[in-house]
Design a protein around this ligand. Structure first.
Ligand code: ITT
Length: 207
């Protein structure tokens, strides 16, 4: 992704996430912008606030916590999967869907069980992402992205993370977990949110 040479913004930033899949994708998506991307390892521990039901507020709160505690530019994303036939669930609670004890695979199984219990429920879905960048002085910018698709009957593929094995993006025959990494990083909700955010770097910060 290219950044306008005239644009403002950081020379480097810390990605404020405990999710290794996200951190890897953010690093890859931002390669080519000229921004140096670090993860949380090698930095003092950061304490993050509780997350609520608003993606943008969650992303801003995570980025702000890291920026202020580390004294560095920090980037966070809050993302989730919204399934039409489940009334938009799991939504902002995607990371905890089915209970805190489940891993990615358990959450995927829970999602398939919920849909199986509702025969005829729409499997149309979308991934959404708000990405927020906050400076050490509190200056903030955010960007939004979405990726529409549908939920498959069975998990397929080993790539990506989270719900990728059961999400087929519109216009593709494979699940997100079967697509090459660079394809996901071009079409994903996260890629689109970061594009919007990087484009905004030349303009005034947002409240
Ligand atoms: P951090 O808050 O530390 O960044 P997290 O995983 O808890 O990590 P979120 O609260 O934003 O992050 O939850 C996002 C969840 O949505 C994530 O754990 C996955 O279950 C799902 N998700 C988000 N983006 C995804 C993607 O690209 N592919 C598959 N699942 C995704």
């Amino acid at each position: 992704m290219a950044r306008s040479p005239a644009s403002a913004g950081p020379e480097r930033l810390v990605v404020a996430t405990s999710n290794a899949g996200k951190a890897r994708e953010i690093r890859e998506i931002l390669s080519g912008t000229g921004i140096g991307v670090e993860d949380l390892s090698g930095h003092p521990p950061v304490s993050f606030p509780e997350e609520g039901g608003d993606y943008r507020a969650n992303a801003l709160a995570k980025a702000r916590a890291a920026a202020l505690q580390l004294g560095e530019w920090a980037l966070a994303d809050d993302s989730g999967l919204e399934v039409e036939g489940l009334g938009g669930a799991p939504g902002p609670y995607s990371a905890r869907y089915g209970g805190a004890g489940l891993d990615d695979r358990g959450r995927v199984e829970h999602l398939l069980d919920e849909l199986a219990a509702r025969p005829g429920a729409s499997r149309q879905a979308r991934f959404v992402c708000w990405a927020s960048l906050v400076g050490p002085d509190g200056e903030a910018r955010s960007g939004f992205g979405e990726c529409p698709g549908r939920i498959l009957a069975q998990p397929c593929g080993q790539g990506g993370f989270g719900y990728d094995p059961v999400f087929q993006p519109d216009g593709y025959e494979q699940s997100m977990a079967e697509l090459p990494e660079d394809t996901k990083n071009r079409i994903s909700h996260r890629a689109r949110a970061l594009q919007e955010l990087v484009r905004s770097l030349g303009s005034r910060p947002q409240p």
